[in-house]
Design a protein around this ligand. Structure first.
Ligand code: MLT
Length: 322
């Protein structure tokens, strides 16, 4: 009986309220399920750089790539539910992939939400060699091509792929998808002229557009990006109503103690409230999440609503996993 009692006390100490008091007592890892240098990686690293100060332990970013992010999410979902492994992701990884892949985990049943992160309006960009200066000219060029244009993505089900499908639906123009381990590597090939275009996250393209290394045609939204005021919206450029924004978030394995989640949530929210971090994000064209949607529960409800919205659309598109 004494042994059982001791065992109970020990397990409470490990995972009970005392756990949060001592949390964190070692480095935390954010698993980014795409290659370094892409938009997910960039956002995670900016957040990690600030979160380590409020948490008092190193916050490391590990890139675990493959299958449009589903490998990395699986690694996180199967980690111990102790708060030391965070799953970074977005509409593609924590919604779309569930409708495309036979995942070895449940996006809702095996993960607990932590916090909604900034959103990326999408942007239509091409290599400089494309002989089009406006969105209308780009659409004419694409329609005239004998073969579908090569569009870079981060894999079937990734945000850039879902955005490509939405572009096809809005224009009736077929694309030939070229999958990468992230849109960081895809961007390298776009700059090099190896692929024709990406329907990309603005934060991933904006610096290359500013540097004249690729061409931007439109922000896929109803409003322009304040830090890139000269890029028209799809509404202005000839594709009215074609809007897509990619929200991101953080999750932890199901069963992580609530007060540990609360600590991670508070640290991420504090990072997003930091003026220097906000300036970095806004300069990348990112939109901060509404203040009334920053609780773990708000991300959980949002993810479930997005699954209800997107799964029928994606299943109807009959996306084939190569
Ligand atoms: C995507 O879904 O396209 C990814 O977010 C790209 C990336 O982050 O590398």
């Amino acid at each position: 009986m004494r042994k059982l009692l001791f065992g109970l006390i020990a397990s409470l100490a490990l995972f009970g309220p005392a756990a949060a008091q001592n949390f964190p007592s070692r480095p935390i890892t954010i698993i980014v399920p795409f290659a370094a240098g892409g938009p997910s990686d960039a956002m995670a690293r900016i957040l990690a750089e600030h979160m380590k100060n409020t948490l008092g332990e190193a916050v490391l970013v590990e890139n675990v790539t493959g299958a449009a992010g589903s490998i990395g999410v699986g690694r996180a979902a199967k980690s111990p539910a102790d708060g030391y492994t965070i799953s970074f992701g977005h509409l593609g990884t924590h919604v779309a992939n569930g409708a495309i892949y036979k995942l070895g985990y449940d996006l809702v049943g095996d993960l607990d939400p932590v916090v909604l992160l900034p959103s990326n309006p999408m942007i239509i960009v091409s290599k400089n060699a494309v002989p089009a200066k406006t969105l209308k000219e780009l659409l004419d060029w694409l329609k005239a091509k004998p073969q579908p244009a090569a569009a870079g993505t981060a894999g079937a089900g990734s945000g850039s792929h879902v955005a490509g499908l939405a572009f096809e639906a809005a224009t009736g123009i077929k694309l030939q998808y070229v999958p990468y381990r992230g849109t960081g590597p895809a961007m390298n090939d776009l700059v090099a002229g190896q692929i024709d275009l990406i329907v990309d996250q603005t934060s991933n393209s904006i610096q290359q557009v500013r540097g004249g290394n690729i061409r931007a045609y439109a922000i896929v939204d109803s409003k322009r990006v304040e830090s890139a005021p000269d890029i028209p919206t799809t509404d202005e450029a000839g594709l009215p109503g074609f809007h897509m924004t990619l929200w991101s978030g953080m999750w932890v394995p199901k069963g992580t103690p609530k007060d540990v989640i609360a600590k991670l949530n508070a640290s991420a929210v504090e990072a997003m409230n930091d003026p220097a971090v906000r300036k970095q994000f806004e300069n990348l064209g990112l939109q901060m999440p509404p203040k009334d949607r920053l609780t773990p529960e708000a991300l959980g409800e949002w993810q479930k609503a997005e699954i209800a919205k997107w799964w029928p659309i994606i299943k109807a598109a009959n996306v084939k996993v190569d």
